[in-house]
Design a protein around this ligand. Structure first.
Ligand code: ZN
Length: 662
């Protein structure tokens, strides 16, 4: 259900203020408040002495105003008394140094002692708030994402390895430990991948990243199990920092144990400051973690900043970001934060209200959105996005590339974005799936730099294509085995049969100019300039769609297309400038039998949420000038409450939401 919320920290303000806050929230249409995140020291001032009356009072005040609580487990910030009593709960960095108390996220996920402290505070909260109608949901911890390299984690890693490999002989073989005389005769000899050892074994390093992802997932699972044991019906989520921010865990694994996915959406953190396309891609990624029912658990509502300020959202931007998230599948938007803190490390991290707590233009804008949500709630109920294009990404590939990118300019998700952009500019939606997803619903799957490929994944993709799917992959695919060794097969390793070609030579372009690629007639002719890597192809059953036009491999194939069964597999041996993808992606869409909508006006975004019976269109204008969109037969302008059809003028930063007439 479409709801509006805020992250609220009542412990930061005098209790006399709480009633004013609750009233102002109610007046803005807020019906969810996220509480207790980071409040451990106030909820348990000393070991085993929970003090939750204040939280109960705050929840009561809010509930009387129609505002339910998202309760957070506070474990992202272990209190000083705990760290003083048990300093070994602190994590150690990759140099083996313990971090000091004074920030946040300073604990070791594998500390059994810390897990027991977590059990105790979560249980204390459950004793008070389980099966409580005031509670809308629980949030585990906050923004999971750090790795620890302490002796305890090293020991847990060794147990994980023993379970995985059984014998050191198998481990030695998987990692190739004969290199630099690293063969292990006992699991107790295996170190974590610390810095300063002259380069860690890539097999060891990847296994540590897998192990650590499992450690975070199991830390969260313990909290989830505890919550479910006391309150089986309540929904549980976690606020992820999706895609490019934290890769410390496999978010598909983390979200598998949750009822719905949440992410923290800070549009002005994307690489181009405010880049709606990049943010759209992250939103699609976050939604794909669970499919539907996504929440934005922190939606930017002011300038970010700790030492210095970020840019403040212009009038209309908070509303625009809100509808971008809703249009891409978010059902609840929780703004971060209600009021800007006067103290602490984030005192310049602005929320809706400034430090003064007085109503301001951002408050009025949220209030406006609150009124609109009451109109949109019913038409959007049970709607979701139904996409027919998927991007395949795996954490194994991502982690293997993070350990050895091969080229400092290789930007894994930047590469994805080049394929995403032509879709975005036409309002074509995409899901971000992983190796366990059933691909049959997607006529087109794009898997840029599918670097680490198991035989099982290769077989899955082959079956997908044989049954009619269209698959695109790119340079440096199929290079690594599951052990993070380089395959001894001609590249792209287990994918060679599927793509009907092999890589006879590859060229890193990090310190070299790109090479021109002559595109064949099917791609409209013309020239593309390669970058990052060139894979020089030898064709088997495939045929060429383009050839290199320079270097010693001039006239050698650069793009190959292979028919297999009912489907098609295309290998693009290079990365290029955006112009290539603007031509190539529409051509692939047509080949896959998918519709090709017209390009949207510059700076306009279009998405559709639907059920079996109706469709709701979102048109967003990110420009500071008007844009005109042609909505054809149109339908009902839900916010204007009037029929709408044909060309419609979107005002600067404007939003148009139309329920299609059926
Ligand atoms: Zn540790």
């Amino acid at each position: 259900m479409l709801l509006l919320g805020v992250a609220y920290y009542p412990e930061h303000w005098p209790q006399e203020r709480w009633e004013t806050d609750a009233r102002m929230m109610q007046e803005a249409g807020i019906s969810v408040a996220r509480l207790a995140e980071f409040a451990w020291s106030r909820m348990e001032p000393a070991l085993g002495r929970p003090e939750l009356d204040w939280l109960d009072r705050a929840m009561d005040l809010l509930y009387k105003r129609g505002i339910r609580t998202v309760l957070c487990t506070p474990t992202a910030a272990a209190p000083a008394w705990l760290v003083q009593a048990e300093p070994d709960v602190l994590l150690q960095d990759q140099k083996g140094h313990p971090v000091s108390f004074g920030g946040r996220r300073h604990y070791c996920f594998n500390s059994e002692s810390y897990r027991r402290h977590s059990d105790r505070i979560v249980w204390a909260m459950l004793e008070r708030f389980a099966n409580d109608e005031r509670v809308a949901a629980w949030q585990t911890d906050n923004e999971f994402g750090h790795r620890c390299y302490c002796p305890r984690c090293a020991e847990a890693f060794r147990s994980w390895l023993k379970h995985k490999y059984g014998t050191t002989e198998k481990l030695n073989s998987a990692w190739g430990t004969i290199f630099w005389s690293q063969e292990y005769s006992d699991f107790s000899q295996v170190p974590p991948p610390l810095l300063g050892t002259g380069g860690n074994n890539p097999g060891l390093h990847l296994d540590y990243l897998r192990f650590f992802s499992d450690s975070i997932v199991s830390f969260q699972k313990r909290q989830i199990d505890l919550i479910r044991s006391a309150d089986p019906k309540v929904s549980i989520t976690h606020n992820t920092m999706t895609m490019s921010i934290y890769d410390d865990m496999d978010l598909y694994d983390l979200c598998a144990d949750l009822d719905f996915a949440s992410w923290d959406n800070y549009p002005m953190w994307t690489k181009d400051a405010v880049a709606p396309r990049s943010n759209a891609m992250v939103a699609d990624y976050a939604r794909s973690l669970k499919g539907k029912g996504m929440w934005i658990m922190e939606q930017q509502s002011g300038a970010g900043g700790s030492r210095a300020f970020g840019r403040f959202p212009s009038p209309g931007e908070i509303r625009l970001w809100t509808y971008q998230a809703v249009g891409r599948g978010a059902d609840t938007i929780v703004y971060f934060r209600w009021r800007t803190a006067r103290f602490g490390a984030e005192q310049y991290w602005h929320g809706i209200l400034d430090h003064s707590g007085l109503p301001n233009r951002r408050y009025e804008e949220v209030k406006h959105v609150g009124r609109e949500f009451s109109v949109l709630r019913d038409p959007l109920d049970t709607t979701s996005l139904r996409n027919r294009v998927a991007f395949l990404n795996t954490y194994d590939s991502r982690w293997a590339l993070s350990i050895q990118p091969g080229n400092a300019k290789l930007d894994y998700f930047g590469h994805f974005e080049k394929y995403f952009s032509p879709l975005y500019r036409r309002g074509i939606g995409a899901d971000f799936v992983n190796h366990r997803t059933d691909l049959t619903a997607y006529p087109l799957v794009v898997a840029p730099t599918l670097h680490l490929v198991s035989d099982e994944l290769a077989a899955t993709l082959t079956e997908y294509v044989k049954h009619g799917g269209t698959l695109v992959t790119t340079y440096r695919s199929g290079v690594k085995t599951v052990d993070n060794q380089v395959t001894d097969r001609p590249l792209p390793g287990p994918l060679a049969g599927l793509f009907g070609c092999t890589v006879e030579e590859y060229q890193n372009l990090e310190q070299m100019p790109g090479v021109e690629v002559t595109l064949g007639d099917e791609l409209g002719g013309g020239i593309a300039l390669s970058s990052v890597f060139n894979d020089v192809l030898t064709l088997d059953t495939a045929r060429a769609l383009g050839h290199y036009a320079g270097s010693h491999y001039s006239a050698r194939p650069a793009i190959a297309i292979n028919s297999l069964g009912k489907g098609t597999a295309i290998y693009v041996g290079f990365e290029s400038e955006q112009g290539f993808y603007d031509t190539f992606v529409p051509w692939v869409l047509s080949r896959a039998g998918l519709p090709l909508p017209d390009l949207l006006p510059d700076s306009v975004e279009h998405t559709v949420r639907q059920t079996d019976t109706h469709r709701v269109h979102f048109w967003l204008n990110y420009a500071d000038t008007e844009r005109t969109v042609d909505i054809g037969e149109g339908g009902t302008d839900l916010l204007g409450k009037a029929p709408a059809r044909g060309p419609i003028v979107l005002e600067p930063l404007g939003v148009l939401i139309v329920r299609e007439t059926t």
